[in-house]
Design a protein around this ligand. Structure first.
Ligand SMILES: [Ca+2]
Length: 577
C-alpha cells in the first residue's frame, strides 16, 4: 500500500477526484472476434456486452499484436510487442526473454492491489507467479501456484471442478484416426445438454461473482482477471444459446477465396479446425458444415455474453460499478470461412481485429465509439493511467485516455500486428509486419534477420473492407507503401527466441518422485483420489512430462473407447486381458 500512497499521480487523482482507489475487472475472451451487437453485428445477440459498451467506449479498430493466443496475451500482459517478449508461438514464456519484466497485474500488485486470475489469462501452462496475489483458479478443478521467482516451478491443488466440456466425447481412437495424429476427444461443435455452470465458463463466472463479493470486503483495491475459454473451438454451448440463433440469419463471409493477387503462403490450411473429429477432410469446408460452425460460434458468443452479464450484475449489486474500470477484450480475431480460412493465424483484418471495450468512471464519453486504430499493447498503460498508477516507461504502447476523453480523437499511431511464416518463394523465414492506419493495411513480409522485403500486401480497408484485392503492385500506391514501410521496426528485432524452459508441475509440494514399481491401484488413488473415472483433461492433470505422450497413454488406457478412463482401466494399464 505504501508505494501506492506515495505515488504522485495516485495522490493527484484522489485529491482532484476525491475518489477511492479504482478496481479493475479485466475480462479476457478467447478467440472472440467483434461479432457483437455494439460492433454493428445485429445477428450476434449480445445484450450484456452491449450494456457494457453503452457505459464505456467501444474501440472499433483494436488490433492484437499477433493473431494467436499466447503471443497476443503475452503482449497485453507485458505491454510489449512480440519482438520484445519473443513469444511468437505456444511454447515460449515471456520470462525467457524478459525475466524481470513487471506485468500488468504485477504492477497493480506492487501498488497495493489484490490481484487474482480466474480461468485463461496467460496461455495454459504459462501461469506467471509474480503477477498474482494468490494461486490461479481454473474451473477444471485446479489452483495453480507458480513460483514468483521461477514460473517453471508450479504446484497444483485439486478441488472438485467441472469435468471435460463434451457431453458426448468421441473415442480418442476415432480422434487419432481422423485428425492426423492430433488427438481431440470430440467434434468441432456440440449442442450441449449441460447448464451454464456445468461448463467451464459458467463455473468461472459463478466463481467470479463469489470473488467480487469477497473482494469488496477485503479493504484493498482489486485487479480481478476473468478469462473465458469460449468461443474458442470446440463450439460447445448450452442448447438454449443455439436456440437463440437462426443459422440462416447469421451472415456468411463476403469473400471465400484469398484476395486477388495474394500469394497463398499468407493463409493456411485450416489445421486447427481439421484436428477435430468429424470435420470433413480437405478445403474448402462444405457449406452446410460451415453454417453449423458459424451457428456454434454465435451460440458460444451469446453464452459468453450471459456470463459477462453476471459479472456486471455482481459489480452493481456490490456497489462497485462506480469505482471499477472494466475492460473486455478478445485475444485476437477469427476467420469464419472468410478468405476460405477458419480460425486465426494470419495478418488479415479479421484475424488481427478484436473487441476492446473500456468502461472507466469519470468520463462523459459513455456509449462512444472510437474509430482510430489502437493496439493491445495500449491496454497496460491505459489501465495504469486510469487507476492513477505510474505508467512504466518501458512499454511499447500508450494510454488510450485521449480517446476516453474524446472518442473522435484522430489516430495517434498506426496499429502493428505481426506473424511469422516461411515461404521458399519469398526468402525462407519471414516475419510479416502488418501496419494498419485509418485507411490502409500494408503487410511487409521481411526476411528475418535482414532488411530484405520478400513480399508485400496492401489493402484499402475503407473501399474494400473485405480485402478482395491486393493492391501492392499498383504504381499509384507506391507512396502509401513507402509511408507505411517507415513504421517497420529496426532490422534484427525479430531474432529467434531463446529456448523457454518447460514448466514442472507437482501435484502437491513435496510430492513423491515417480516410482515405476508403484502398484497401479495405489498410483491411481494417489493421483486421482475419490474419482471413479477420468476425462482426458482430468487424466492429463495428474500426469507430468510430455503432454502428447500422456494423451497417447490416455487413448491406450481407455479400452472401451468411451472417452473416459475408469479406475479399472487405469489399473489394467491398457493391456489386453
Ligand atoms: Ca485465443
Amino acid at each position: 500500500m505504501k508505494s501506492l500512497l506515495y505515488s504522485l499521480p495516485f495522490l493527484t487523482l484522489f485529491t482532484t477526484m476525491g475518489a477511492e482507489p479504482r478496481n479493475v475487472l479485466f475480462i479476457a475472451v478467447d478467440d472472440l472476434r467483434p461479432d457483437i451487437g455494439c460492433y454493428g453485428v445485429e445477428a450476434a445477440k449480445t445484450p450484456n456486452i452491449d450494456r457494457l459498451a453503452g457505459e464505456g467506449i467501444v474501440f472499433e479498430r483494436a488490433y492484437c499484436q499477433q493473431a494467436v493466443c499466447s503471443p497476443s496475451r503475452s503482449s497485453i500482459l507485458t505491454g510489449r510487442r512480440p519482438d520484445a517478449t519473443k513469444v511468437y508461438d505456444l511454447d515460449t514464456h515471456f520470462r525467457a526473454a524478459l525475466p524481470d519484466c513487471v506485468t500488468l497485474p504485477q504492477h497493480f500488485k506492487a501498488n497495493g492491489y489484490h490481484t487474482a486470475g480466474l480461468g485463461k489469462i496467460e496461455h495454459h501452462g504459462f501461469e506467471d507467479g509474480a503477477s498474482w496475489s494468490e494461486p490461479r483458479w481454473f474451473a477444471s478443478g485446479y489452483l495453480v501456484q507458480a513460483d514468483p521467482d521461477d514460473w517453471t516451478k508450479q504446484s497444483a491443488t485439486r478441488f472438485e471442478g467441472v469435468p471435460g466440456e463434451y457431453a458426448n466425447p468421441l473415442s480418442p481412437e476415432e480422434g487419432k484416426k481422423r485428425a492426423n495424429g492430433k488427438v481431440k476427444t470430440g467434434p468441432a461443435f456440440e449442442v450441449s445438454p449441460k447448464s451454464d455452470d456445468e461448463l467451464p465458463d459458467g463455473a468461472t463466472a459463478a466463481e467470479a461473482v463469489k470473488r467480487i463479493g469477497e473482494l469488496k470486503t477485503k479493504g484493498e483495491p482489486f485487479f480481478l482477471a476473468v478469462g473465458f475459454v469460449k468461443p474458442h473451438l470446440p463450439f460447445v454451448a448450452p442448447k438454449k444459446y443455439w436456440d437463440l440463433h437462426d443459422p440462416a440469419a447469421i451472415p456468411g463471409p463476403a469473400i471465400e477465396t484469398l484476395p486477388e493477387g495474394t500469394d497463398p503462403f499468407v493463409g493456411h490450411t485450416n489445421g486447427e479446425l481439421h484436428s477435430y473429429v468429424g470435420v470433413p477432410e480437405g478445403n474448402p469446408i462444405p457449406d452446410e458444415f460451415a453454417r453449423s460452425l458459424r451457428h456454434g460460434y454465435y451460440a458460444c458468443v451469446s453464452y459468453i455474453d450471459a456470463q459477462v452479464g453476471r459479472l456486471l450484475d455482481a459489480l452493481e449489486k456490490n456497489g462497485l460499478a462506480e469505482n471499477t474500470v472494466v475492460v473486455l477484450w478478445g485475444d485476437h480475431g477469427w476467420q469464419l470461412g472468410d478468405h476460405g480460412l477458419w480460425h486465426k493465424h494470419t495478418n488479415f483484418e479479421l484475424a488481427t481485429r478484436a473487441p476492446l471495450i473500456v468502461k472507466a468512471p469519470g468520463f462523459d464519453s459513455a456509449g462512444g465509439k472510437c474509430a482510430a486504430p489502437v493496439e493491445f499493447v495500449d491496454v497496460y498503460p491505459t489501465l495504469a493511467d486510469l487507476c492513477g498508477l505510474a505508467v512504466p516507461s518501458r512499454l511499447d504502447g500508450s494510454s488510450l485516455r485521449p480517446y476516453l476523453e474524446n472518442p473522435a480523437t484522430p489516430m495517434i499511431k498506426p496499429a502493428i500486428s505481426q506473424y511469422p511464416r516461411s515461404s521458399k518463394d519469398h526468402g525462407g523465414q519471414l516475419m510479416g509486419y502488418s501496419i494498419r492506419d485509418e485507411r490502409w493495411r500494408a503487410t511487409f513480409w521481411r526476411k528475418r534477420g535482414t532488411g530484405e522485403i520478400g513480399y508485400i500486401e496492401l489493402y484499402d480497408e475503407s473501399n474494400d473492407p473485405a480485402e478482395t484485392a491486393n493492391l501492392a503492385n499498383k504504381a499509384e500506391h507506391a507512396s502509401v507503401l513507402s509511408h507505411l514501410q517507415g513504421f517497420l521496426p529496426p532490422v534484427g528485432t525479430d531474432e529467434a527466441p531463446p529456448k523457454s524452459p518447460k514448466p514442472s508441475r507437482s501435484q502437491k509440494p513435496g510430492a513423491p518422485k515417480f516410482d515405476p514399481n508403484e502398484p497401479r491401484d495405489v498410483r491411481y488413488d494417489r493421483l486421482y483420489p475419490g474419482q471413479a473415472k477420468l476425462t482426458e483433461d482430468q487424466y492429463l492433470a495428474g500426469q507430468g512430462g510430455d503432454k502428447a505422450a500422456a494423451k497417447e497413454r490416455f487413448a491406450k488406457l481407455d479400452k472401451d473407447g468411451d472417452g473416459f478412463v475408469t479406475r479399472d482401466e487405469f489399473i489394467g494399464g491398457g493391456k489386453s486381458k
